[in-house]
Write a protein that binds this ligand. Structure first.
Ligand code: KG4
Length: 342
């Protein structure tokens, strides 16, 4: 029935890190979104254990696919295509989602659509706001820190990126040395509201470009904590959280300001796990209050990994017939600019 009505039904799978997701989109409407999170299990280890993540994806992928089909009240025969995260992410974790997607596409005889994880994070915003181009996508996550210039729909140019650690990775490592639970960004965000910026941390690299560097900042915090421990002194965790967060987020605001002085944008769009950070959100909104650039902030449910965002990109790629052969492999370090190359 739906096949004749012209509204295509796409099932999407996401398994790039520690959430196994399956979502179903019909035309532009999300009709199911199922997520199985592994966070509690990885918390025991203070971070994501790649091997455990892969095994849990294997256990859960069919569970979430079934849950999504039941929620959408459809069967596999109703599907027109399968979209799947092909990268970037953890190699073993990506493999599980891709093998499930290839199997479905093969058995059902329908197209396989490879989706770039970070395109997903950017387009997740479309569930609440219409994207207007040209825009600046500020992609801040556990594995990536990128400023992406989007001249038009599905056009991506990286104009700035981290030269070492991602911002989320530095939040997680700083949190770990402070004895806070994974994911560290959530804990630092919370505790920094109780602290003051009292620790003098070094400003990260400024080379006049739009690039970032977070490893020096992270190491400075780790060294301060270790030195304090060796001297029998106590680090004030709330103040350290606030001092670190101010500098880490300040870097994003600085590069965004530079980008907006160099390029013309209609919107600034936040994307990725770190876009949940309350200080980043308020700083970026305050910075552009009253300007003609609209700031788009994703709803919190879109900041964590999910398959709804993969389904959204999948629906665009379906229209452009971006289909992959069943020999497709994953790419853990796939560049957003190469999202059509696989
Ligand atoms: O997008 P995501 O799942 O990572 C990748 O796909 O690479 O984001 C996870 C990252 C973690 O580093 C986590 O600490 C961070 O997002 N994060 C936050 C907050 N919530 C999550 N960082 C700062 N403030 C938050 N509120």
């Amino acid at each position: 029935m739906d096949k004749l009505s012209g509204e295509k039904i796409i099932l999407a799978i996401e398994s790039s890190c520690d959430e196994t997701g399956c979502a179903i989109i019909k035309g532009d409407t999300l009709i199911a979104n199922a997520v199985s999170t592994q966070i509690e299990i990885h918390q025991k280890y203070g971070g994501v254990m790649p091997e455990i993540a892969s095994r849990l994806h294997l256990e859960n992928v069919l569970v979430v696919i079934n849950e999504a089909l039941v929620k959408a009240n459809i069967t596999l025969d109703d599907l027109d295509a399968i979209a799947v995260t092909r990268g970037p992410g953890l190699i073993g974790a990506l493999h599980v989602g891709l093998q499930a997607a290839k199997t479905l596409a093969f058995v059902l005889g329908i197209p396989l659509i490879p989706v770039h994880h970070l395109c997903g994070h950017i387009y997740a915003n479309e569930y609440t706001n219409q994207l207007k181009f040209p825009l600046l996508a500020v992609v801040v996550s556990g594995g990536n820190t990128e400023l992406v210039y989007m001249k038009d729909n599905l056009q991506f140019e990286i104009i700035g990126e981290t030269k070492d650690d991602a911002i989320g990775e530095s939040f997680d490592k700083v949190a770990r040395v402070l004895g806070l639970p994974y994911p560290g960004g959530v804990a630092i965000d919370k505790l920094s509201k109780l602290g003051q910026h009292t620790y003098k941390l070094p400003m990260p690299m400024h080379d006049g470009t739009l690039n970032f560097s977070y490893s020096g900042l992270k190491t400075a915090v780790i060294n301060m904590v270790h030195t304090a421990e060796q001297n029998g002194a106590k680090v004030d965790i709330n103040n350290m959280a606030k001092s670190f967060q101010d500098v880490a987020v300040g870097e994003i605001i600085d590069r965004v300001k530079r980008a907006t002085s160099k390029y013309k944008f209609k919107q600034i769009v936040l994307a990725g796990g770190v876009s949940a950070n309350s200080y980043l959100r308020s700083e970026i909104v305050d910075t552009y209050k009253g300007s003609d650039i609209q700031v788009i902030i994703p709803p919190i449910w879109c900041t964590t990994d999910n398959a709804a965002m993969i389904a959204k990109v999948g629906s665009y790629l379906y229209k452009e017939k971006v289909f992959a052969p069943l020999t497709l492999g994953v790419d853990p370090s796939w560049k957003i600019e190469d999202y059509r190359k696989f």
